[in-house]
Design a protein around this ligand. Sequence first.
Ligand code: FES
Ligand code: FES
Length: 208
Amino acid sequence: MCDCETGANRPGGMTRRQFIKSVIAAGVVSFSGSLFAGPAGAGPKATSGGVERLLTLNVNGQQRRVDVMPNETLAQTLRGKLGLTGLKIGCDRAECGACTVLIDDVPQYSCSLLTHSVRGRKILTVEGLARADGTLHPLQRGALEEQAFQCGYCAPGFLLATLGYLKTNPAPTRQELAHGISGNLCRCQDYDKILTGLMRGAAYMREG
Ligand code: FES
Ligand code: FES
């Protein structure tokens, strides 16, 4: 018998809906390993040479001070040092989009950006989408209502890629949005449902 609703096999006994909501809202589910091949890279890689330097980063509207190695990627800093594990690492080489964040409202692969290069820029991660009172961002609401994601691992990247795209085209056709977020991959490959959820979210954003 399916245990989808009882949550018997979910972390903390969550139902599937609660499980996916937690991922869409803040990517808070901890996976036992990366769903993608390649390094899962939660923390900084071993380095040879160089010393950490104290930087101040603008993350989700807050000034965060953190010690950063010269060759440290933004994904490593955000996940490993600032605890923003909503950001996922899939390929760690600019191919899948799981690590997408907004830098000054533009989607970027954080696995391929040096943290030093984003000093003074505005960084947004999935944790910064919902309001402080827990109200979901319209894109999160649309994705959740349409049950757009299966495992949800790619969800934070898709949400931020979509938000960035909508800043350039607030009322896209389905085809335009598909093209706009084509830099993001889903291992579960239910792109149709993802697009339906994100289109609904885009409509919610236009409603204000
Ligand atoms: S982890 Fe795949 S693009 Fe960054
Ligand atoms: S990777 Fe599983 S829903 Fe996209």
